[in-house]
Design a protein around this ligand. Structure first.
Ligand SMILES: [Zn+2]
Ligand SMILES: [Zn+2]
Length: 382
């Protein structure tokens, strides 16, 4: 049965003003040199309030780290140096194609303005743009192509809630969030996917809050295998509102089942070395032959042995902790369900719900019990 408790609080949209967010790009790289080419429109290059250059479609901007400064060249001619350089778009849909030269990294396109700053003897590249435009890029990066509108709407609300909840996560880096899965994948600006644009637009400003009025914890994963996980099985801590339940929407989907074979010697060596598993004890040894999870549990075999399933998942690079074990000859055969940590929203289940005609608020209500949708203005200004 759907566990839906839903109140949509509609605030006057007129009070919403556009909010900008700062995203660190290529944030896992120590950038020494990058190149920017205008993909559409015009960009103005500023150092403080001084305009250094105007970039049109054929112009190539190069920014290099040089003795604690950003050195700017346009078409090979130096235009200036500064601690901080700003690239400002002329119109809202103008975008830049950015490529790292040192270290090299594939070209990506982003809308909005850019700041190139100095941090730890390298360039800090920051995309400064409207929150909703950022979300279009995130929904596409996180949700992949070809999904239904209501799935993308659910993803848009999740991503907006996450961005608001972790607004200061990268404060010490000079931006709000990074572009990687560490925060939310943001690998490009929106493409021409009308469905995604509409999903963001139609949920504009909406975030999820819990009963205490706090922004909701938006954990999600690829597939829960038919039962979501207790957060403390994964991270040793409880997360308010999120707890395990049976998910009937994902069990026939793509990543519902997996199998893996591991040499028995490797498996038992790990158990003995790390957990002192009493391999010489015949009763314990017998237990090893067969392990079944009717429902998700936290420990392998029995809690008495103190072997968390999450450790096995990490050690043997398993898709999930939701697996059964049989020993066949010299092999350990794992029959698993699901992909990911299992906490919160199950993406394949949510995609399936959208295909079956459920609305985005029903999908969110199913995976995030007790959530309420509110206009983010309520959260910010309450
Ligand atoms: Zn991050
Ligand atoms: Zn599921």
């Amino acid at each position: 049965m759907l566990r839906i408790l839903l109140f949509i609080s509609v605030m006057c949209p007129a009070i919403l003003s556009a909010q900008n967010i700062r995203i660190g790009l290529f944030s896992d790289k120590s950038i020494k040199e990058l190149e920017g080419i205008v993909g559409k429109g015009t960009y103005f290059v500023f150092k403080d309030s001084i305009q250094l250059a105007k970039l049109g479609s054929a112009d190539v901007l190069k920014a290099t780290y040089s003795a604690g400064m950003v050195r700017v060249l346009v078409n090979g001619v130096e235009k200036g140096r500064g601690k901080s350089i700003r690239l400002i778009q002329d119109k809202q849909e103008d975008f830049l194609q950015l490529r790292l030269i040192s270290p090299s990294a594939k070209q990506r396109s982003y809308e909005g303005d850019f700041d190139i700053e100095i941090r730890k003897e390298a360039l800090n590249l920051i995309n400064n743009l409207d929150m909703e435009t950022y979300l279009e890029g995130v929904v596409e990066s996180e949700g992949g192509p070809g999904q239904k509108l209501n799935y993308y709407k659910a993803q848009a609300v999740i991503s907006r809630t996450y961005a608001m909840k972790y607004w200061t996560k990268h404060k010490e880096n000079g931006y709000n969030l990074c572009d990687r899965v560490h925060c939310q994948a943001y690998l490009h600006h929106r493409s021409a996917t009308v469905t995604i644009d509409s999903a963001v637009h139609q949920t504009r400003g909406l975030v999820m809050i819990d009963q205490a009025g706090d922004l909701y914890p938006t954990y999600f994963h690829a597939n829960c295998g038919g039962q979501t996980s207790e957060p403390h099985y994964v991270w040793n801590e409880e997360i308010p509102n999120l707890c395990s339940f049976k998910d009937t929407f994902c069990i026939h989907t793509q990543q519902a089942k997996w199998e893996k074979k591991i040499p028995k010697e490797q498996w038992t060596k790990f158990l003995v070395d790390k957990y002192n598993f009493p391999i010489g004890d015949s009763a314990s040894n017998e237990l090893l032959n067969h392990f079944k999870q009717e429902q998700r549990v936290a420990f392998y075999l029995h809690p008495i042995y103190g072997i968390p399933l999450r450790d096995l998942r990490e050690q043997f690079k398993l898709k999930s902790t939701f697996f059964d074990v049989d020993i066949v000859g010299e092999e350990v055969v794992l029959h698993g369900r699901g992909f990911g940590h299992g906490v919160g929203l199950c993406q394949e289940g949510a995609m399936n719900m959208a295909k079956k005609g459920y609305t985005f608020d029903q999908i969110l209500g199913y995976y995030y019990p007790q959530m309420k949708l509110v206009d983010r203005a309520v959260v910010i200004y309450k």
